[in-house]
Structures are given as structure tokens and as C-alpha cells.
Design a protein around this ligand. Structure first.
Ligand SMILES: [Mn+2]
Length: 430
């Protein structure tokens, strides 16, 4: 059995003080759902199986173009990061895997495996990095990586991705996520077609190195760091890439990588319909790639995305098994608290989407009853599903209130004493 970062007694004490109230709330919600023909325990069972991965870089404080304000007890290396991820996993029981970023998290694979399995954690998708220059790197990515005009730089970027696959194989990962910063800042700087052709050729080499049971995720992003054009700018280009590469290639949707007001749930539907939805980087945004906490700005949009996912799940869409991961930058909160609440927000959207009366919705759609169709979604979204989420945590060994339990344990103060501040924890958000 795996070790727990907090003693079971501490979590049990936390839960004992809240259990009676939760049971009453759960019974009351159960009664109301029963009137809608929904069995609450079945919904809870689905939540218990729902998982979202934590990105290793998320447990450190992020930063902006202007400054980074480190927090107390920041992880100094990947082993500290794994311990922070273990806290999130133990208290939420929603985040069983960690997504590594190479080269930031490079370490002896056996040690990495041991550190994770100690807490029962596994490894999610590997993330390559050709959007910044690693220490002692021969050729610079200042003017691009996989689409670079220079063949030697492209080769170096391909080899880096192949190395990420190799590391991932030893760790038990089954996917590689590729996001590049390639693009241009000025009209005329880059020939769009030539750059994309070079990118595709490079990606074909990476794809050829993919084990049979792996998936390759490509992530589109409209702008930043390039501000005039990016090589993989939108879901259309991303879809072309996945089609060109083959059956193991899929599109990854980072919610923040779109223009404001873009209908992301519709993009999700299209990608599902044509078998190319790979997964998500969950976060939220108000203006651009803000990397704010999932569900913190527009929880209804998150719900509408999950409405599409549940629709696909229930209709048995072919090859549908999207990877869920958070991808956020925490500048003013404790990253562990933000990640715990974000994981819960993602679960919440999933549960609310499970409550949609799909038969009624279909009827209203067929009858062109726009008002009742949209009210059907709203009825599910307005349901306070917190008792289901809390009961799922309680029954799987988590905490009824993860943030309260985390604060009660004084974890941050403890690691602040153990971890001297470091100059740089390897930031950067993709
Ligand atoms: Mn991302």
C-alpha cells in the first residue's frame, strides 16, 4: 500500500467534524435528484473514477512578463514537486497522476518512479520544451524550433522530443504533448507555408518514434510568445496536423489558447465528431492565455465543455478517452490550494453535465424549443453538487473540505522551514 503524506488520523479527524452535516446535505440532494430520475450514488461513482493530472510546474509559483514573486516553501526540484502533488492527490482523491516537463524535471528515472509510487502517483503525458533554451543547449530556439529555418535546429528539437518519449517510456507515461512557441512577430518575417511544411516534417519524425500504445498531443495557441503569427495557431491547423500524422495523433485543447469569446465547446464537439480530441489543459481566462484557476472566471463555459464530453461519453463516441490536465499559473495564491480547488471545479462541471436531462433536451431540440432547451442545460448547471463531490472524497479517503484540511495540517509552514528559497524553480507555462 502506498504511503500517505498526511497521517490518516489527521484526515479522519477533519472528516469526523463534518460528516454528519454532509450526510444530511447528501440525503437531501439525493431526494431532489431522485425526483428528476437521477440516482445520486451512480453519479458519485462516476466522480470517484474521474481523474485530472497535475502539471509538475503548477505547484511552483508562476509569474508574468514583469516579475515573479516566489512563495514560501516552493518546491526546489521535481522530488519536492511530487510531494506537493501527493498532498493534492491525498486530499482531493482526484489527481492520481503528475505530468512532467523536460528538461525542468529531468532526473534519474528510477528515483522518479520510486518517488511517485511511494505516494501511489503515476505519470501522465510528457511535455517537451522547445520554447526556451535549456542550459548548455547548442542551438537557440530564439527563431523557432520544429519549424526553424535551420535544419540543425529542427533536428535538435526533434531529438529532444524523442528523448522525452524515451524518458516517458521508463516512467510508464503513455503520451507526449508538444507545444511550440514558433511563429513570427512581423508580417513577412516567416513564409507561412514553408514554416508549416518544416514543422510537419519534423513532427513526422517524432511521430515515427512513438511507441504503439502512445498518443501524441499537439496544442494550438493563437498568439504568444509570437505576436503576429504562430505556426500552430488554431484548432483547424491542429486538426490538419493530427490528420497528417496518423491514428496516434490528437488535438489538445488548452482553454486559454483561444481568442476571447470563441465557442470552445463547439470546437470540442467537432474534434470529438471526427475522432481527434486528445485532451485538455484546463484553466480559465478573461483576456488571453491568463492561466487563471479552472472555473474561476467562466464556470458556465467549463460546464458547456463538459456537456459535450458527457454527450460523447453517453453516446459511446468511437475512441473517446480524453486526457484531463490542469495548466495554470499561480501568482497570488498558494499553488497547492489553487490546484486542489481547480481539480474540484473540473469535477463539478463533469457532475453538472451528468445531470443534464438529455432525453428532454433532444426533444426540445427536435421541436425547435430554444427556450426550454437552454433551460434544460441551466437546470443542471444551477444544481449545487457540492455534497456529491464531498461525499466522493470522503468515501475514497480524501478530505471533505480539502483547503481547510490542508490549512489545518500546516503543510506550507512545514515545507517553508525545510526548503530554503531558491533563485528559480523553473517556471514557464505552456
Ligand atoms: Mn497548455
Amino acid at each position: 500500500m502506498s504511503e500517505q503524506i498526511y497521517s490518516a488520523d489527521l484526515v479522519a479527524k477533519h472528516n469526523a467534524a463534518r460528516k454528519a452535516v454532509l450526510e444530511r446535505d447528501y440525503a437531501s440532494l439525493g431526494e431532489r435528484l431522485d425526483r428528476r430520475g437521477i440516482a445520486i450514488d451512480a453519479i458519485r461513482g462516476k466522480v470517484e473514477k474521474f481523474a485530472v493530472a497535475i502539471p509538475s510546474w503548477g505547484v511552483g509559483t508562476g509569474g508574468t512578463r514583469f516579475a515573479r514573486f516566489p512563495g514560501a516553501g516552493e518546491p526546489r526540484d521535481i522530488f519536492d514537486k511530487i510531494e506537493d502533488c501527493a498532498v493534492i492527490s491525498q486530499l482531493t482523491q482526484a489527481t492520481p497522476t503528475v505530468s512532467l516537463h523536460i528538461p525542468w524535471d529531468k532526473a534519474d528515472p528510477d528515483r522518479l518512479k520510486q518517488a511517485a509510487s511511494r505516494f501511489g502517483l503515476g505519470f501522465d503525458a510528457m511535455n517537451s520544451n522547445t520554447f526556451s533554451d535549456a542550459k548548455d543547449q547548442k542551438l537557440s530556439y530564439k527563431f523557432g524550433s520544429l519549424s526553424h529555418a535551420d535544419a540543425g535546429t529542427r533536428r535538435q528539437a526533434v531529438e529532444h522530443n524523442l528523448e522525452c518519449i524515451e524518458i516517458g517510456r521508463t516512467l510508464g507515461s503513455r503520451a507526449l504533448t508538444v507545444w511550440i512557441g514558433d511563429g513570427s512577430n512581423f508580417p513577412g518575417q516567416v513564409n507561412f507555408a514553408k514554416a508549416f511544411e518544416r514543422y510537419l516534417d519534423a513532427m513526422r519524425e517524432i511521430y515515427a518514434g512513438l511507441p504503439d500504445d502512445w498518443r501524441l498531443f499537439t496544442e494550438h495557441k493563437m498568439y504568444e510568445p509570437a505576436f503576429y503569427s504562430t505556426v500552430v495557431q488554431d484548432w483547424g491547423t491542429n486538426y490538419i496536423i493530427a490528420k497528417e500524422l496518423g491514428d496516434k495523433a490528437f488535438c489538445l485543447v488548452d482553454l486559454g489558447h483561444h481568442a476571447p469569446n470563441v465557442n470552445i465547446e463547439m470546437i470540442v464537439s467537432r474534434l470529438i465528431q471526427f475522432g481527434k480530441l486528445g485532451g485538455f489543459h484546463f484553466n480559465d481566462s478573461k483576456y488571453g492565455d491568463d492561466d487563471l484557476d479552472a472555473g474561476s472566471i467562466d464556470p458556465y463555459r467549463l460546464f458547456l465543455v463538459f456537456n459535450e464530453l458527457v454527450d460523447a461519453e453517453l453516446s459511446g463516441a468511437k475512441g473517446f478517452h480524453p486526457a484531463h490536465m490542469l495548466d495554470q499559473s499561480h501568482n497570488v495564491t498558494d499553488p497547492i490550494e489553487s490546484l486542489m480547488l481547480s481539480a474540484v471545479e473540473v469535477q463539478r462541471a463533469y457532475v453538472q453535465a451528468l445531470l443534464v436531462d438529455r432525453k428532454a433536451l433532444e426533444g426540445f431540440q427536435e421541436a425547435n424549443d430554444a427556450l426550454m432547451a437552454t433551460q434544460t442545460l441551466k437546470a443542471a448547471y444551477r444544481t449545487d453538487v457540492e455534497p456529491i463531490l464531498a461525499m466522493a472524497r470522503l468515501s475514497t479517503g480524501g478530505a471533505i473540505d480539502p483547503v481547510a484540511a490542508y490549512r489545518e495540517a500546516g503543510y506550507r509552514a512545514k515545507v517553508a522551514a525545510e526548503r530554503p528559497a531558491v533563485a528559480s524553480g523553473g517556471g514557464g507555462i505552456v
